[in-house]
Ligand binder design. Sequence first.
Ligand SMILES: [Zn+2]
Ligand SMILES: [Zn+2]
Length: 151
Amino acid sequence: MSPYTTSALKAELNERGWRLTPQRETILHVFQNLPKGKHLSAEDLYNLLQSEGESISLSTIYRTLKLMARLGILRELELAEGHKHYELNQPYPYHHHHLICVRCNKTIEFKSDSVLKIGNKTTRKEGYHLLDCQLTIHAICPACQRALLPM
Ligand SMILES: [Zn+2]
Ligand SMILES: [Zn+2]
C-alpha cells in the first residue's frame, strides 16, 4: 500500500483510463485534511462541500466515492448507522481498524500489526496485490453496558 498524494492518484486514475477532474481532486483534498478518527458519509461530504461554497451534486459524490473505494484510495466502512462512511486508505503505520458500539455508534480506531500480517501473507500466497485489509469489531461500549443494566 502506498500513500495517496494527488500525483499518485492522478497516475493511478490515468492508468485505468480515468481523469483526475477538479471535482475528484476537491474530494480527495477533503479526505487528506480530515482529522484523525473522522469518517464521512456521502451526505456529510456533500454538506461540508456546500458549506465551503463547492457545488458538487450528491450523485457525483456517490459515484466518486464508489470509484475511489474501488481503486483502493478510500475505504468504505460499514459503521453502525447502516449507511456507508469513507476515509482515506492509509498505509502503514497509519493503517487501522475499528471498534464500533452498535448502540451509540461510538467508534474507536485501533492498530494491529497481526491483522495486516495476515492480509499480507494471504494476498502474497495467492499472488494478489493487497489494497486494504481491515477488521471491524461490533460491540457494546462501557457506557451502553451500564445503561443496559437492570435497575
Ligand atoms: Zn478510521
Ligand atoms: Zn455505546
